[in-house]
Ligand binder design. Structure first.
Ligand code: NAD
Length: 467
């Protein structure tokens, strides 16, 4: 079999791999993009996009169910879950089709099959018939998979991973979510909105243990108001099928039963079975070791996205893809992780960027946190979106914005403004000097900045929350 030669081969077509491939092809490189399953990776096919399509359905349902609050009578409300799944699949297919033509339209050659190293520059692509390619540079963007352990055996019927649950054809009456991290909370929120009785079980002392505690507290109370049960500080030992449902056994000795379980205890990295040892690429704890330039321990091999172990956000993978591309093109560019926004698509939504107050203090910084309740804003009242708050973490003395957290309507969009502020090392004065459109939820940042200065405008001084 003849070997085909490329300047760059990219393994994996997710939000890390395909932008790198496109950018390199735009700059004149001959690029191969290799994908074992579907173009677009986890994010487009089994993650961000299908879940957001289902969440949009749930949002409409929520609004319709609460239409009475706006003086609108809709009668009894029902929904067709099969139709919701169909819409989700259509969204994914449409985006995948246009992505595929975007990639090929930029001159990238797509190979379908599983790539593995056969030499430092050589790859075998296994599909119906194996193909062999050689490339000067190779980018590994092979992603991650839901973590499966023997105590939690996925069967795709009663015991689901975050991948198989998206294909579930009928909603269960009850669902136990094992793991109260990002994936667990997003699915808990979604299925609860669709009428499923949801229980979230988290081993640590709060859901979203990696986020600011104020966000965990707010989401916990919001979830509980919506009827989601939350169990913390108890480790789930195992889950098994029992009759028509599942039984979950806890370390405390308690057993909990439900119709279905979702295991969301983290993800494992796709760093095995690529033949990394043949290329001499070093892997530690499952992730490929990279420097700030996304170079692995082998100078012509690069790694980006989940498998590079720095972050599991799609948007970070995309940025890493573009940074790796620039470095391959010889324009030295390093990654900076100081202003990485995170959005958790629960109901209410969560946005965060930079440092929490605790993190700032642990770094020895003198910092304060100023919180403004979104419900005090005119827009929030008018739109009946009064839940949540916006808070700024600010360095004392300099006024430098160190971090921000927001929970509430459109939190994901709201966090963008502060991401730009942190990325550009701005201070609260820059927020105060910026005219914020009225009436919008973005005024929450302006008010939080006023509070940070000790001069709240649209809030009684006595009620101000500052830490
Ligand atoms: P995670 O690590 O965020 O959360 C897993 C949780 O499960 C942890 O809180 C852990 O304490 C708990 N846990 C583990 N074993 C347990 C047990 N036996 N019993 C009870 N609790 C247990 O992992 P995830 O939620 O699976 O998400 C994986 C990654 O994907 C994360 O890095 C996440 O940020 C990323 N992701 C991000 C988004 C987004 O940006 N909106 C969406 C989906 C996934």
């Amino acid at each position: 079999m003849e070997t085909q030669f490329f300047d760059v081969a990219v393994i994996g077509s997710g939000p890390g791999g395909y932008p790198a491939a496109i950018r390199l092809a735009q700059r004149g490189k001959k690029v191969a993009l290799i994908e074992a399953t579907e173009i677009g990776g986890t994010c487009l096919n089994r993650g961000c996009i299908p879940t957001k399509a289902l969440l949009a359905n749930a949002d409409v349902l929520h609004l319709v169910k609460n239409a009475k609050n706006f003086g609108i009578e809709v009668g009894s409300v029902s929904f067709d879950f099969a139709q919701m799944l169909k819409r989700k699949d259509e969204v994914v297919t449409k985006l995948r089709t246009s992505l595929e033509s975007l990639i090929t339209g930029n001159g990238v050659t797509i190979f379908k099959g599983r790539a593995s190293f056969t030499g430092p520059h050589e790859l075998k692509i296994a599909s119906d018939k194996s193909t062999f390619i050689s490339a000067t540079d190779i980018i590994i963007a092979s992603g991650s998979e839901p973590r499966e352990i023997p105590a939690f055996p996925f069967d795709g019927k009663r015991i689901h991973s975050s991948t198989s649950i998206l294909e579930m054809k009928a909603l269960p009456k009850s669902l136990i979510v094992i793991g109260g991290g990002v994936i667990g909370c997003e699915f808990a929120s979604l299925y609860s909105e669709l009428g499923v009785k949801v229980t979230v079980l988290e081993a640590l002392d709060r859901i979203l243990p990696l986020e600011c505690p104020t966000l965990s507290t707010a989401l916990t109370s919001s979830f509980q108001k919506r009827g989601i049960s939350i169990g913390t500080k108890d480790f789930v030992k195992s889950v098994a099928v029992k009759g028509e449902g599942v039984i979950v056994s806890m370390e405390s000795g308690q057993n909990i039963e439900a119709e279905m379980a979702l295991v969301a205890i983290g993800r494992s990295f796709n760093s095995t079975s690529i033949g990394l040892d043949i290329a001499g690429v070093v892997v530690e704890k499952g992730t490929i070791v990279v420097n700030d330039y996304l170079e692995t321990t082998v100078s012509h091999v690069w790694a980006i996205g989940d498998v590079a172990g720095k972050s599991m956000y799609a948007h970070v993978a995309t940025h890493q893809g573009l940074v790796a591309a620039e470095n391959i093109l010889g324009h030295k560019m390093r990654m900076n992780y100081d202003a990485v926004p995170g959005v958790i698509f629960t109901h209410p939504e969560i946005g965060s960027v930079g440092l929490t107050l605790d993190e700032a203090r642990k770094r020895g910084l003198k910092a304060t946190r100023s919180t403004y309740p979104l419900g005090a804003l005119g827009k929030a009242q008018a739109a009946m979106q009064t839940e949540g708050f916006a808070q700024l973490v600010v360095e004392e003395g300099t006024g430098r914005i160190l971090g921000a957290q927001v929970i509430g309507h459109e939190a994901g969009n709201l966090i963008a403004a502060i991401t730009t502020a942190i990325a550009n090392e701005l201070t609260i004065e820059s927020i105060i000097e910026t005219i914020h459109a009225h009436p919008t939820l973005s005024e929450g940042w302006l008010e939080a900045a006023f509070i940070a200065q000790g001069s709240p405008l649209h809030y009684p001084k006595a009620a101000v929350k500052r830490a």
